[in-house]
Design a protein. Structure first.
Length: 297
């Protein structure tokens, strides 16, 4: 995979990115599984990894840091994202009583420094706010992000699950370019195409970043009417393009210039995502799928 620019102000990243957002069910198998997934990704040309402090019940960052330290892969040869802002209850965090958002300067500073310690690195390539806390003082939030950038601890700033209005709001305070916004986008959830998120990202010269690109397995295995309808269309196109339904579903995203954020630990599914980059989906086939997903809602 040839690296591409995330945005006009962002770093170069692999065209597919691996994220650890679905790793909360692993405990004793975490180190072994992480090493296997990391090595698989590297072998496929995926060198960009997406973290958050909360992933893996607050354990993925630390385990990744240990693994990377013992790996032959150099820190400068990978691209690291991490994020903060979403706080979730867990026995390791007894002070968190309820799920809530915190975009305060204090929380950003403390979380970023803990992430750097966990990941065993001096900087992250992209630091994202994970949802926007409506109670935050955004002037202080923006000032803290600028301070961390000037200190060399973050290279660029990104967002996750921000609406267009929230994106615009933070931009009005921030003296730094925003290089990405992670939004859910797949054939079973095209709301980002209809609510302006994708258009706004393109206006700001960002590549759309697609969370849950295979709808967390529902495209392949779901039994709701919308899932069955899409799968039937994908079956026909998989035969036409001599590939799998999952590869066609990803090729549909790639036609938008989107970067799929891989969350599965299934090797075959990861390989199917990578195989999508060899497919040039016909424009009519793209619209046929899009029309089907809208009609099945």
């Amino acid at each position: 995979m040839k690296p591409i620019y995330l945005s006009d102000a962002g770093p170069k990243v692999s065209p597919a990115v691996y994220g650890f957002y679905r790793w909360n069910d692993l405990e004793s198998d975490l180190p072994k599984t992480m090493e296997e997934i990391f090595n698989l990704c590297i072998s496929l040309g995926i060198n960009t990894f997406d973290h958050a402090d909360i992933y893996g019940n607050y354990s993925c960052e630390e385990e990744f840091g240990k693994m990377l330290k013992n790996s032959s892969v150099k820190r400068e040869d990978i691209v690291l994202f991490t994020k903060c802002g979403l706080c979730e209850p867990h026995p390791s965090r007894p002070h968190i009583k309820t799920r809530y958002l915190d975009s305060s300067a204090e929380h950003i500073n403390a979380t970023l420094h803990q992430s750097l310690k966990n990941l065993k690195t001096d900087y992250v390539d992209v630091f994202l706010l994970n949802n926007l806390d409506p109670t935050a003082n955004l002037e202080e939030t923006a000032a803290e992000l600028l301070k961390l950038k000037q200190a060399g601890k973050i290279r660029t700033v990104g967002l996750s699950n921000f609406t267009v209005f929230q994106h615009q709001l933070l931009t009005s305070y921030l003296k730094l370019p925003i290089v990405t916004n992670h939004v859910e986008l797949n054939l079973l959830n095209t709301s980002a195409l209809e609510n302006g998120q994708i258009d706004y990202m393109k206006e700001k010269y960002m590549r759309p970043f697609a969370l849950a690109p295979l709808a967390e397995g529902r495209i392949a295995m779901g039994m709701d009417i919308s899932e069955v309808v899409i799968r039937e269309k994908l079956d026909v196109l998989a035969t036409k393009y001599n590939t799998t339904i999952e590869s066609v579903a990803i090729a549909w995203l790639l036609k938008l210039g989107a970067l799929p954020l891989i969350g599965t630990r299934n090797e075959g599914r990861i390989r199917n995502i990578v195989a999508a980059f060899d497919i040039e989906l016909d424009r009519q086939d793209w619209h046929n799928l899009y029309n089907s997903t809208r009609l099945s809602k």
